[in-house]
Design a protein around this ligand. Sequence first.
Ligand SMILES: CC(C)(COP(=O)(O)OP(=O)(O)OC[C@H]1O[C@@H](n2cnc3c(N)ncnc32)[C@H](O)[C@@H]1OP(=O)(O)O)[C@@H](O)C(=O)NCCC(=O)NCCS
Length: 393
Amino acid sequence: MTETNYAKGLEGVIAAESEVCQIDGLSGKLYYRGYSIEELAQHSSFEETTYLLLYEALPSKAKLEEFTARCRRCRDLPPAIQDMIRHFPSAGSPMELLQSVISYLSSTVEHKIQHSATCNCRQTLHQISQIPTVLATYQRFKEGKAYLESRPDLSPGANFLYLLRGQEPPVEEGRIFDACLLLHAEHGFNASTFTARVVASTYSTCYCSISAAIGALAGFLHGGANERVMNMVDEIGSKENIEPWLDKALSEHRKVMGMGHRVYKAKDPRATVMERFLEELSEKIGDHKLCEFLKQLEKSFGDHMGKKGKPVYPNVDFFSGAVYTILGIPRYLFTPIFAAARSAGWLAHILEQRKDNRIFRPKALFTGPDPRPYVPIENRTSNTDSSVTENNA
Ligand SMILES: CC(C)(COP(=O)(O)OP(=O)(O)OC[C@H]1O[C@@H](n2cnc3c(N)ncnc32)[C@H](O)[C@@H]1OP(=O)(O)O)[C@@H](O)C(=O)NCCC(=O)NCCS
């Protein structure tokens, strides 16, 4: 290994072939298996898109009905999982809860064929359909409400809002939230998807892959930007304070949340769709304040960065937090919702990995000490002490 082929964080390294998702960062385009995200958001549903991701083609009417019925039949939670949610430590995060539930679910199924190139991922999707129910139930129990059964006539988006609120959401709200799930269903070789594929490459179970991917998404460098956008909105406080706040934040080299992307060097196409949803919802509730605030922030930030000759555009998180807020979803559920949606993409990648598997085994550029003799403990001096203390080991 030489320094010339070392890429920190694997940036720019092609680590696998994939047919699932194509991102054109320069022109701000995103395609799931060749279909543009704009068209899917307009015409498809989360379930149909999940089918597309897993089965590599859009379903016929009959196949979609069968798939939808299969997914909806297993949304409800067995009493043991309801108990787990009820007794989950209050200091625990919903992401930790999700990982625990996925592990529990794994122990309830028979993993007969995990050691082969195929796996029961498509069946696993049944269990994964329960993630939104877990989150809504977590919130219901937090509010002292009883467990509520899912409604098989509702889409995953509408059903989630129904469980959260205890009453059927207006059709438009259900449609918008379902499309939000679709927008987050897949996004190429990001850290959590790569994690899922690395675990899948060992022929570990799909549940282990999903649980590991949730762990990767829990880190604040990956998930959580939409939550931080809403915290930033609170911090700025008013439209009048946007300019002074930006002046100060940028002079302190702070990052404006929901702006910029490693891959997109144009407006994230999902942000454009989210912005439209925010406009629709604002119109519906007759309150445009949050929407106008974000548009003003986008414009002012764009002007600042334009003057610096470094244009930076909104990503999906810039508007999604506001959409979720209007839909009545608490901020701490934003990242778990991302996990619920992305489980579709993770599964598509797990299947793809297993189709043509090679266990991931990259190298590290060794920068440690040259070979040296073992020092008996009585001969060790402060020079041979580790500089790593137990707390940061
Ligand atoms: C996502 C992110 C890490 C990408 O950073 P990146 O790869 O360095 O982005 P770019 O190379 O396009 O940045 C170009 C310049 O714009 C600046 N910039 C990028 N995003 C910025 C932001 N959100 N706020 C302020 N400045 C920003 C960079 O610091 C860089 O300036 P420099 O050349 O003076 O260092 C960064 O945009 C960010 O932290 N965004 C906020 C968090 C967020 O919304 N994350 C969710 C991503 S989906």
